[in-house]
Design a protein around this ligand. Structure first.
Ligand code: PEP
Ligand code: MN
Length: 367
């Protein structure tokens, strides 16, 4: 059985109903000037909804934690001057009251907050009787029920203008992404709550500018409804998330390159392909992590060889190792040619690492 959230359709976005809905603005409000310059440029480029974080949830203390309530006054100026709709993150009851008092139009609940049902319930209670759109980011951990639970708590408080934001999931292993997209999770949200708009947050998925286009295109190919992307008038000087922000003009050219396809039969194919490609990407990332670990062990072996005055190349060992791998490979249907090429390359990289270690150690002795 599906989940029956009492939702309004996406029309609360006003003019922005046409796909994709775009929300853009800096990770954080920093100064009134930075906010206004960014908003003016975005507005001139056709963006209608402006985001900025006023209170920033930072992983470690002593990082920039947002300007606080003073930034809400700047948001009001942005709204008055550009006519843009403003959006900010709320993480507790005080944030809700302050944001509402200053006329913020859309609230979002951040990934760390959605993971905490007590916090979400407090926010939901503070929103009773208020008619405002609320966007709920996925919790940091990949838990579909927890994400749905947060949406339900807000919906139970009477909020019907709801959308989900997919911002990826934290991961201990190093991958290409800052937060692993795990597309099958927003796809499952779509299956369970078909009328809920889903907005992709490529900025927090990618963590860097280079990957933003591919992730945004993928979100469009998967038929998600919109994009929330960080944009800063001077990204390199940003006080938070500098690597992932785009100038308003770079954002515009990226959005202009997006290809919007008709949803339909091809969508099914796209969905299956996307899932399979995601599996491949994950396996490739795992291979790289394994290579890294393997080279660390090879480096340790190098140090032992040095201590015991052994040569780096132990031909017998290499010969035995290759035979074993060829044997296993053929049982798994992998050709001798493939196994030989792969293991030659791995072996060569190990030798390079060991040689580097030996040289470093002898240089130290020479010094
Ligand atoms: C943000 O949007 O700036 C933010 C803090 O996002 P998240 O909650 O996804 O980390
Ligand atoms: Mn950010």
């Amino acid at each position: 059985m599906g989940i029956d959230l009492k939702l309004e359709n996406f029309s609360w976005c006003g003019e922005c109903v046409t796909r994709p809905l775009i929300i853009a603005g800096p990770c954080s409000a920093e100064t009134e000037e930075q906010l206004l310059l960014t908003a003016r440029a975005l507005s001139a480029n056709g963006v209608k909804i402006f985001r900025a974080g006023i209170w920033k949830p930072r992983t470690r203390p002593n990082a920039f934690e947002g300007v606080g309530s003073v930034g809400l006054k700047w948001m009001r100026t942005v709204k008055e001057e550009t006519g843009m709709i403003t959006a900010t993150e709320v993480a507790n009851v005080k944030h809700v009251y302050e944001a509402l008092k200053h006329g913020i139009d859309i609230l979002w609940i951040g990934a760390r907050t959605s993971a905490n049902p007590f916090a979400v319930q407090d926010i939901a209670d503070a929103l009773k009787g208020v008619d405002i759109p609320v966007l709920v980011k996925n919790p940091v951990n990949p838990d579909v029920e927890l994400w749905i639970g947060a949406l339900e708590r807000i919906n139970n408080a009477g909020i019907t203008k709801l959308a989900a934001i997919h911002r990826g999931f934290s991961n201990y292993d190093k991958t290409l992404f800052r937060n692993d997209p795990q597309w099958q999770i927003p796809i499952e949200i779509r299956r369970r709550i078909p009328d809920l708009p889903i907005i992709t947050d490529p900025s927090h998925i990618c963590g860097n500018r280079q990957l933003l286009y591919d992730v945004s295109q993928k979100a469009m190919d998967l038929n998600f409804d919109g994009l929330i992307i960080e944009s800063h008038i001077n990204p390199d000087k940003a006080l938070s998330d500098a690597q992932q922000q785009l100038t308003p003009d770079a954002l515009k050219s990226m959005l202009d390159r997006l290809i919007l396809r008709e949803s339909g039969a091809e969508m099914e194919v796209e969905l299956n392909l996307a899932e399979l490609r995601e599996q491949i990407d994950k396996m490739d990332d795992k291979l790289i992590n394994l290579f890294e670990k393997r080279m660390q062990v090879a480096a340790e072996i190098g140090a032992h060889k040095k201590e015991n005055n052994l040569t780096i190349l132990q031909s017998k060992r290499w010969d035995d190792m290759l035979k074993k791998r060829l044997n296993l490979g053929s049982k798994k249907g992998l050709s001798d040619d493939f196994i030989t090429k792969v293991f030659r390359a791995i072996h060569q990289e190990s030798i390079n690492k060991q040689t580097a270690i030996m040289n470093a150690q002898s240089n130290k002795k020479d010094a």
